[in-house]
Design a protein around this ligand. Structure first.
Ligand SMILES: C[S@@+](CC[C@H](N)C(=O)[O-])C[C@H]1O[C@@H](n2cnc3c(N)ncnc32)[C@H](O)[C@@H]1O
Length: 211
């Protein structure tokens, strides 16, 4: 099924690309995670209704609506592009008319991912290459501090992961890879998800964790 058809089923419009204008070189353009990739992710990763998901750089909200629709979970999208954020809100208005029965909240926040105050219940974080490694580092450090303060296991889901993100997580954080999910039919090696987990127990050791 085409991307537009799938959008229509959810009552949203997420197809297309939006480049940043001016000097926003640290911010990547808008482009949605393909539906076929989301389907594979959901077949291989167990989202639970008690999870609280955050999509950093949520764009027009495709991932937000898709996961909410399928798993009825609370989800927040953070978006720094004003126009794109407005489009996510327009999508929410239409989507909500059809999804009245799903009580889990959907929230969109306009602003920078690195300024988002991680909620103590947020435990699953989605990234489709939204920004530079410098910003990714800041966001992951915010997640780590939050997970240490309010002890909990947290997962990161990376779609189309770039080398710099992987290297940073491997060398500078206690996250470990728990799964790699390839998107079938993709010719590009990077067309996959990598799931990283930080177990609550990691904070119980006497070792000093620097981040
Ligand atoms: C590749 S798109 C991913 C969209 C969505 N997560 C998805 O997978 O369908 C990346 C998005 O991140 C946004 N973005 C870039 N830098 C950002 C920042 N510092 N804070 C929040 N959003 C940002 C862009 O405007 C864009 O909409």
């Amino acid at each position: 099924m085409g991307e537009r058809r799938q959008d229509k089923l959810l009552g949203i419009r997420t197809v297309g690309i939006r480049e940043w204008t001016g000097s926003k070189i640290q911010y990547n353009r808008y482009e949605a995670t393909p539906y076929k990739a989301l389907k594979i992710l959901c077949e291989n990763y167990k989202f639970r209704a008690i999870d609280k998901v955050v999509d950093f750089g949520c764009g027009r909200g495709r991932v937000v609506f898709y996961l909410h629709h399928h798993f009825h979970l609370p989800i927040t999208g953070i978006e720094a592009n004003c126009k794109t954020y407005e489009e996510a809100l327009e999508n929410k208005a239409i989507y909500r008319l059809r999804a009245k029965h799903i009580t889990a909240p959907i929230k969109f926040k306009y602003g920078l991912a690195q300024h988002y105050k991680i909620d103590k219940k947020d435990n699953c974080f989605y990234f489709f290459n939204p920004f530079s490694i410098n910003i990714f580092r800041k966001v992951v450090n915010n997640i780590l501090r939050s997970a240490e303060k309010d002890r909990r296991t947290v997962d990161l889901i990376l779609y189309y992961p770039i080398r710099e993100y992987k290297e940073f997580l491997k060398t500078s954080t206690p996250f470990t890879i728990i799964n790699k999910i390839r998107v079938p039919g993709g010719s590009d090696e990077r067309e996959k998800f990598i799931i990283y987990r930080l177990k609550e127990e990691v904070f119980n050791t006497d070792d000093c964790i620097n981040y």
